[in-house]
Design a binder for this molecule. Structure first.
Ligand code: HEC
Length: 141
């Protein structure tokens, strides 16, 4: 049985490698989530909870301007990536409270300029903190 001397280390070595590889990325070592059931699904839930927790931490430490920057991607098409204006007027250089007040007017379907209707839909879904964050971001442009 001297073969065991070789087989056991090889077996253990392979097992260690497999365990190591699993740690690299859950996704690369599991079937697509659609065919992931039983233990695979349990592991997925644990990984998913970890992922959500780290996203939550990231958001909790993000500055208002960071958060506003994420929303601003929806505004950039009309107001320009740097707030320089385009279809809509330039926002660059405007103060946070001015931005919040204008967005609040649009949210309440007030007419400011001839194209205010275009902004009503944009502002409708913005919360107060979205507006404050957008204002903080626009001040950085
Ligand atoms: C479909 C194009 C479009 C998109 C997308 C858009 N806007 Fe506008 N925006 C306009 C237009 C056009 C006006 C001018 C409206 C008017 O005549 O009152 C305007 C006006 C504004 C104003 C008033 C500026 C001023 O100086 O009077 C602010 C503030 C503003 N938009 C912010 C935003 C923000 C923040 C977003 C993203 C959540 C956004 N807009 C998305 C087209 C757009």
């Amino acid at each position: 049985m001297s073969n065991l001397k070789f087989i056991i280390p090889i077996f253990l070595g392979t097992a260690a490698l497999l365990v190591g590889a699993r740690q690299i990325s859950w996704e690369t070592n599991h079937p697509p989530i659609g065919s992931c059931t039983g233990d695979c699904y349990k592991e997925y839930k644990i990984e998913d909870a970890k992922r959500l927790e780290s996203e939550r931490l990231l958001l909790a430490t993000a500055s208002p301007a960071d958060l506003g920057g994420k929303i601003y991607t929806a505004c950039a098409a009309c107001h320009g990536a740097n707030g320089q204006g385009g279809v809509g007027p330039a926002l660059k250089g405007q103060a946070q409270d001015a931005i919040v007040s204008m967005l609040t007017q649009y949210k309440n379907k007030e007419t400011r300029g001839a194209q205010s209707m275009l902004m009503w839909g944009q502002a409708a879904a913005l919360s107060n903190s979205d507006m404050t964050n957008l204002g903080a971001y626009i001040e950085t442009l």
